[in-house]
Ligand binder design. Structure first.
Ligand code: DHB
Ligand code: FE
Length: 285
């Protein structure tokens, strides 16, 4: 049986990718940010999974406004880093896990979540920046990745409650896979930020920190937060945080089982226009 060992949560700012790719990570602006991920990189080295199930949002890169899947699972053998207007990032291509992805699609759809199956997709900063933050700058990514894209760009978008329930369905799917794979589920995006309009630049550190507290200790209660609160308190792009609830829902603390342990917690303001939050939760063995 496969199992979910841990979940990783992190923001995904494009400028972080550019800082790494251009060799600027040691500049005074960036140093404190990357320092917050040093523990995570070491932890990842010591706890390398067989597969990463990576929940992210596409930023109108692979999916234009012509076609907007709410939840899309990548079942391809590989994915190319996307050109987002200034050339593709110089990072390795992403190797998929078609067998596990197809199994999860089968199981989750049979649990009544209507996923879109994606056999070809370029992956943008939403996916590649978290990989760079945790895995560094290797010649090849350390393990296969199953991309799972969530629409948080064009309303209507899924609720936090729906995302949390989906995470639970993903855990059941993984646990019904026949091979003894260790899987990490990553939830990416957020934290508070707004990129346009009169409130551009909005950061709400107090709200972000309370979100992290509740994600750890009261995820089901947190999942009831309505969209309007995310937008009001965390800015229009703060809504990306609903994706963290998918990863949290996939953790093992159901039916009286113990909660995950907090391996690492980090918060930094700002990176570009965004409050960066990062968390690692590990299931007890
Ligand atoms: C920024 C943040 C995002 O989440 C994004 O998708 C694009 C830009 C930013 O802070 O610049
Ligand atoms: Fe984003």
């Amino acid at each position: 049986m496969a199992r979910i060992t841990a979940s990783v949560y992190t923001s995904h700012v494009p400028a972080i990718g550019a800082a790494l790719d251009l060799g600027n990570s040691d500049e005074p602006y960036w140093r404190p940010l990357f320092k917050g991920y040093e523990i995570s990189k070491q932890w990842f080295e010591d706890n390398k999974p067989d597969v990463i199930f990576l929940v992210f949002n596409d930023h109108a890169t692979a999916f234009s406004l012509d076609l907007i899947p709410t939840f899309a699972i990548g079942t391809a053998a590989e994915y190319t880093p996307a050109d987002e207007g200034w050339g593709p990032r110089p990072v390795p291509k992403v190797i998929g896990h078609p067998e596990l992805a197809a199994h999860i699609a089968q199981s989750v759809i049979q649990q009544d979540f209507d996923l879109t199956i994606v056999n070809k997709m370029d992956v943008d900063h939403g996916l590649t920046v978290p990989l760079s933050l945790i895995c560094g700058q290797p010649d090849a990514w350390p393990c296969p990745v199953i991309p799972f894209a969530v629409n948080v760009v064009q309303y209507p978008i899924p609720s936090g409650a729906r995302c949390f329930a989906l995470g639970r369905a993903i855990r059941r799917a993984v646990e019904s896979y026949d091979e003894p794979l260790e899987v990490q589920v990553w939830g990416t995006g957020g934290m508070s930020h707004q990129l346009q309009g009169p409130r551009a630049g909005l950061i709400n550190a107090e709200w972000d920190k309370a979100f992290m507290d509740r994600l750890i200790g009261d995820p089901k209660g947190l999942s009831q937060t309505p969209h309007i609160e995310y937008v009001r308190e965390a800015g229009s792009e703060g809504i990306e945080l609903v994706m963290w609830l998918i990863a949290r829902g996939a953790m093992g603390d159901v039916a009286g089982k113990p909660p995950p342990t907090v391996v690492h917690r980090f918060y930094h303001v700002p990176a570009s226009n965004t409050a960066v939050g990062h968390l690692i939760l590990q299931n007890p063995r």
